[in-house]
Ligand binder design. Structure first.
Ligand code: ZN
Length: 209
C-alpha cells in the first residue's frame, strides 16, 4: 500500500534537482492513517521517475517514508508533479488553458513538449483534458467550501452559469473564478507556475488536477 503526498517544496524541476537531487527533504512526516496516532515515519529510500518539461525529460528521485505500525509507504512528490502524469503540472495547465480557448488537441500537442525530446501525442492531451473536465466540478466544490470556511461572504454559487444545464466549460469558468479568490487568500501569485501546482499541494489526493 502506497500513498502519495504533494508538499510545497521544489517549485520547479530545476530547483528540486538542485536541492534534492542527492539530498532528502528535511521534513518529519506523520502517518496519514488516523489509527497510527501521528506516528512519525521512518525514512525509506527513494525511487526514480520521469519528469518532462517542454525541453527536458529527466529522471528525478522521489523520496519515501514508511510507517512501522501500518506498514504503509508515503512518497513525497514535489509540487510540480502529480502521480499519474510524467509531464510537469505547469505544462499540463498550459495545455488546459489553450484548450479553454478552443485550440485543437493536435495544435496544443505541438507546443507542450518539444519534438526534440520525443513530443507528446494529441491523444494524451485529450485524455488529460477529459480527466480534468470530469473532475473539475468536485474540485470546484471543494475550493468553494474552503472559501466559505475562510469567511467568504459572497454567494459563490451565484457566479456559476446562469443556464439551467451548465456545460463543463461553464463549470471551468466558475473554477477559475474561485481559484483567483482562493489564491488571493494565500497571497499566491500564479504568474510563474500557474494555479494547479499550488492547488495540488492543498487538495485531497482524489481531487488533484
Ligand atoms: Zn501508519
Amino acid at each position: 500500500m502506497c500513498k502519495n503526498r504533494i508538499l510545497p517544496f521544489g517549485k520547479t524541476l530545476k530547483s528540486y534537482l538542485k536541492e534534492h537531487g542527492e539530498k532528502r527533504p528535511n521534513v518529519s512526516l506523520y502517518c496519514p492513517d488516523k489509527s497510527c496516532k501521528k506516528r512519525i515515519l521512518y525514512k525509506h529510500g527513494r525511487y526514480f521517475r520521469w519528469a518532462t518539461t517542454k525541453y527536458q525529460c529527466i529522471l528525478i528521485p522521489i523520496y519515501r517514508w514508511y510507517c512501522p505500525i501500518c506498514e504503509k509507504t508515503v512518497s513525497l512528490l514535489p509540487n510540480f508533479l502529480v502521480p499519474w502524469a510524467r509531464v510537469v503540472t505547469a505544462s499540463r495547465e498550459a495545455a488546459f488553458n489553450r484548450r479553454r480557448k478552443g485550440i485543437s488537441f493536435e495544435k496544443i500537442s505541438k507546443s507542450i513538449v518539444s519534438p526534440s525530446i520525443g513530443g507528446i501525442s494529441a491523444t494524451t492531451i485529450k485524455r488529460w483534458w477529459n480527466r480534468y473536465l470530469a473532475q473539475i466540478g468536485r474540485t470546484s466544490i471543494w475550493v468553494a467550501g474552503r472559501l466559505i470556511h475562510f469567511g467568504e461572504m459572497e454567494d459563490l454559487l451565484r457566479f456559476h452559469s446562469k443556464g439551467v444545464n451548465p456545460t463543463y466549460l461553464d463549470t471551468l469558468e466558475w473554477f477559475y473564478f474561485l481559484l483567483q479568490k482562493y489564491a488571493h487568500y494565500f497571497q499566491f501569485n500564479p504568474s510563474l507556475m500557474g494555479y494547479l501546482s499550488f492547488l495540488n499541494t492543498h487538495l485531497p489526493a482524489e481531487l488533484r488536477l
